[in-house]
Ligand binder design. Structure first.
Ligand code: ATP
Length: 372
């Protein structure tokens, strides 16, 4: 038998959650519209989208707090229809944490275990194990009201983990924390998920959070799933402008399709001229037009005598300083909108005068074609 790689082990192909044609209607309004999704065992999976896109609706239906109007949900091969939330192999960590203020940390974590009647010693062992997993060892006797936001978040996590669910559902669990703590918890949560090996499904509207933590992401808009991919593919190969825009800055250029093969597209653009790019697997042609996108950080200022096979020239019209990088807005003849360029400050982008003509190199590999 061939040796398995680490990524094989981290992400086996066994299906943990199967969402099959699930719709949730409220009268004529569809909060979720014909969603299909397969989440694998051991995956850190994120549902990402703007407010109101239906991500919480989907999470709540997996948890059993709501039911599909049509379609089916199976967890670990078992259809969930008719199974109440407390009998499902899932556990949810709420945005509000929902910690009992009158109980101490230990009692909060042990709460759900009571009905399993494990016996005092086993219960204690499980609570201690869960507290260690979230780095709260020694804080068991602390009152729930005597904790920081980050610690309360950990208690909520421990309380869910102690039940040893097959799936942990997390509804914006970090949104109440300040930026620095949130970033620290993102790293910890990711580490924890890999250590316990439980399938995590995270709901978030924060694209950086989803990119930093997930094995795969489903991007949702208006009750529909627009794209399911790895963070890198979602960011670098968005299927349309809406996904590209939601995942951070992107320069868009109108393009006319000249030739399409199974794997490539040749397009004519005003600004970049004729360009041949890889055809994204999900590209669905809609007429002869398309959009070409390039991320601002994939454009680079050419200094002094430096040249590139792929360069354009234009005038700096705006400059915004962000500490480690400077954001330049550059008007270039032939482009319908100014290009946005993110440049590190080591060569002096932070000092470029407004009105200066500069040359910009682009990497044709970084140009991505999107269907209209
Ligand atoms: P947020 O990040 O704001 O929580 P979301 O993507 O999680 O947004 P959902 O909570 O899933 O969005 O809601 C999806 C849509 O369904 C929203 O337009 C919401 O107003 C609507 N909706 C949710 N619950 C109900 C309900 N009980 N009755 C009517 N409409 C509802």
């Amino acid at each position: 038998m061939p040796e398995r790689t680490i990524s094989d082990r981290a992400m086996p192909d066994r299906v943990m959650i199967e969402i099959d044609r699930v719709t949730r209607s409220y009268g004529a309004f569809k909060a979720l519209d014909d969603a299909n999704l397969t989440i694998r065992e051991g995956e850190f999976f994120s549902l990402l989208g703007p407010s109101g896109c239906g991500k919480t609706t989907l999470l709540r239906m997996i948890a059993g707090f709501d039911n599909p109007t049509s379609g089916t949900i199976a967890v670990d091969g078992q259809p969930m229809a008719g199974i109440p939330a407390n009998r499902r192999p899932t556990n949810m960590v709420f945005q509000s944490y929902a910690i009992f203020p009158h109980l101490n940390v230990e009692q909060n974590v042990a709460y759900g275990l009571k009905r399993l009647k494990l016996g005092k010693a086993e219960e204690k062992r499980r609570v201690e194990e869960a507290l260690a997993q979230v780095s709260l060892t020694g804080l068991g006797k602390r009152g729930a009201t005597e904790l920081s936001g980050g610690q309360r978040q950990r208690v909520a996590l421990a309380r869910a983990l102690v039940m040893r669910p097959k799936v942990l559902l997390l509804d914006e669990p970090l949104s109440a924390l300040d930026k620095k703590l949130r970033e620290q918890m993102q790293v910890e949560l990711r580490r924890l998920q890999k250590a316990v090996g439980i399938t995590f499904v995270l709901v978030t509207h924060d694209q950086y959070e989803a990119l930093a933590m997930s094995d795969r992401i489903a991007v949702m808009f208006g009750g529909r799933i627009a794209q399911v991919d790895s963070p890198k593919d979602i960011y670098q190969r968005p299927v349309n402008r809406q996904v590209a825009d939601f995942l951070g800055g992107m320069n868009f250029v109108r393009a006319d399709i000249v030739e399409e093969t199974g794997t490539s597209l040749t397009v004519d653009t005003l600004g970049f001229g004729r360009v041949r790019t890889d055809k994204p697997p999900a590209f669905a042609r809609n007429g002869d037009g398309a959009t070409l996108g390039i991320r601002p950080e994939r454009l680079r200022v050419l200094w002094d005598d430096e040249t590139s096979e792929f360069e354009v020239a234009g005038e700096v019209v705006e400059r915004h300083y962000f500490g480690e990088v400077t954001h330049l807005i550059v008007r270039i003849p032939g482009f319908e909108a100014p290009l946005s360029v993110i440049e590190t400050n080591d060569f002096g982008a932070d000092d470029l005068p407004i009105g200066e003509t500069i040359r910009i190199a682009y990497d044709p590999e970084a140009l991505v074609a999107m269907a209209d």
